[in-house]
Design a binder for this molecule. Sequence first.
Ligand SMILES: Cc1cc2nc3c(=O)[nH]c(=O)nc-3n(C[C@H](O)[C@H](O)[C@H](O)COP(=O)(O)OP(=O)(O)OC[C@H]3O[C@@H](n4cnc5c(N)ncnc54)[C@H](O)[C@@H]3O)c2cc1C
Length: 392
Amino acid sequence: MALSFWQRRARAPTLECDAAVVGGGIVGASTAFWLRRQRPGWSVALLDAGLLGAGASGRNAGFLLQGASGCYRDDCEAYGAERAKRLLHFTRANRDLIFAELDGAAFDLRPTGSLTVAGSEAEDDKLRRSAARLRNENVAAEYLAPEALNDRIGGRGFFGGCFVADGAVLDPRALVQHVADRSGATVLAHHAVKRLAAQPGGATVLETPVRDVRAERVALTVNAYLPTLYPDLKRFVRPVRAQMLATAPLPHWLDEPVYSHEGFYYLRQTAGGRVLLGGARHLHERAEVGYSTAPTAALQADLDAYLAEHFPHAGDAPVTERWAGTMGFSPDGLPSIGAVPERPGSYWAAGLTGHGMAYGFHLGRLLAARLAGDAPSAEHDLFSTDRFDDAS
Ligand SMILES: Cc1cc2nc3c(=O)[nH]c(=O)nc-3n(C[C@H](O)[C@H](O)[C@H](O)COP(=O)(O)OP(=O)(O)OC[C@H]3O[C@@H](n4cnc5c(N)ncnc54)[C@H](O)[C@@H]3O)c2cc1C
C-alpha cells in the first residue's frame, strides 16, 4: 500500500543501528541475545510485525525435546548415524544453554523429562531401539513396556515408550520475552518489514509502515514468512500449520510431556492442571498450509477424539482455547542458515519445522556469529544450505 504525503510525514524518524534482527520469535530473540553478548558495543534492533512471540514461538506446546525428531532411531535412518548424533548433541547443548544462561523461573522451565510413546507395534519397536541407541550416547533413556507406560501416564491404548530423563517443558512465549529482555536490544513491536533496500556503502534500510530502520547488517528470523520477503527462498521453507487446544484445569495426574504417534500428537498438563493437546495435522495435510491462525472444526474434532480415546478421564473437560500457528517446514526437516540475497554480511535462519524450541536458542548463537563476522562454528555445516545443492 502506498503511503500518502500526510502518512509519510507522520512516521517516526529512521532508527540507525549496527544490526537489525527481523522476526521476534525464539530464533530472533536468541540472535539478538547472542549478538549483544558477542559484540556488547553494538546497537541491535529486534523487529516484529506483531508482538514478540506472535508467530509459532508464542503458539506452541513448549516441549523442549532432544534430537531432530522424537525418535532417535528414525533420525539415524533419515540423516545417517554420524549426522544424527551431531544433531542430538546440538539440541542437548541447546537445552543446557537455556538452563545455564537464563532464569528458568521467568518462563516456567520444568525439568520433567519427556516421553515419546508409540501408537503402533512398529513404532514401539523403533522406540525400544531408540532408547538403546540414546544410552550409547550417554543419554539417560529408558524403554517402558506398554502396561507400565499406560499406568504411568494414565493413558489407554499406547504401546511402549521411551523416557528421556533430561527433557523439559516451558512457557514458550515467556521464554521469547525473557530472552529479548536479557538481550538489551531495542524491541520494535508492530514493525512489519515490507522491503529491504540496499544503501550505498553496504547498509540496508528496512522499510516498515511505522519507521525505517537503517542497519549495517541484518538477520532475517521470520521462519515460515521468509518467502513473503524473498519468494525465491521458498525452496528452503514453506508454511505448514499446526493446531492445539487447552482445557479447563483438571486434577494433576501427568508429570511428563507426551509425544505420541510419530510426533503427530503431543500432550502435556500444565502446573495449573490444564491439558494442552496438539497434532492431527497428518489427517488434514492439504488444508493445514498457510498463515491463518484460525482453528478448524474438522481438525479440532480429531483432537477431541484423541483425548477421549487415550485419556478418557480428560475427555469431558471443557475446552477453553483452540488455536493454530504456522511452522516453517524445510525440505529435510532441519533448519537452515543462509545468506540474504544481495546483502553481504546479512543472513537468514528458517525451516525449524516442528522443533524450534529444541534448536532455537543455540541456533541464534550460530546466526549471531555469522552476523558478527566470526568464523562459522564447528556446527555450522549441519545447517548450511549447501546440503540441498549436494542433493541435486
Ligand atoms: C501449534 C504448534 C505447536 C508446536 N509445538 C512445539 C513444541 O512443543 N516444541 C518445539 O520445539 N516446537 C514446537 N513447534 C514449532 C516451533 O514453535 C517453531 O519451530 C518455532 O517457534 C520457530 O521459531 P522462529 O523464531 O523461527 O519462528 P516464529 O516464532 O514463527 O517467529 C517468526 C516471527 O517473524 C515475524 N514476522 C514475520 N514476517 C515479518 C515481517 N515481514 N516483519 C517483521 N516480522 C515478521 C512473525 O510475526 C513472528 O513473530 C510448534 C509449532 C506450532 C505452530
